[in-house]
Design a protein. Sequence first.
Length: 98
Amino acid sequence: MSIVGSLVLLAALWFVVFFCVLPVRLRSQAETGEVVPGTPASAPDDPQLKRKFWITWAITLPLWAVIVAVVIWGGISVYDLDVFGVLGDHNGAGALTH
């Protein structure tokens, strides 16, 4: 895995985790009873973005490290994930045989 590939993986994984963390413990203005004029009642009361930003990093970095380690180690290859056999037979030496 190249450095650029690992950074792209980190960015993609970060955004996936961030969008999963965003709605956790989120209270709307309607739930708190304090709707600010000009905003919808479903707007977040206190989104705590700074806290969720750091939680996202705490989840993403170990997950990213495990994925990069598995890819570099090579213990799991794309051929191991080919459950339908669309890649053909693989002789284990890095070449496909048809």
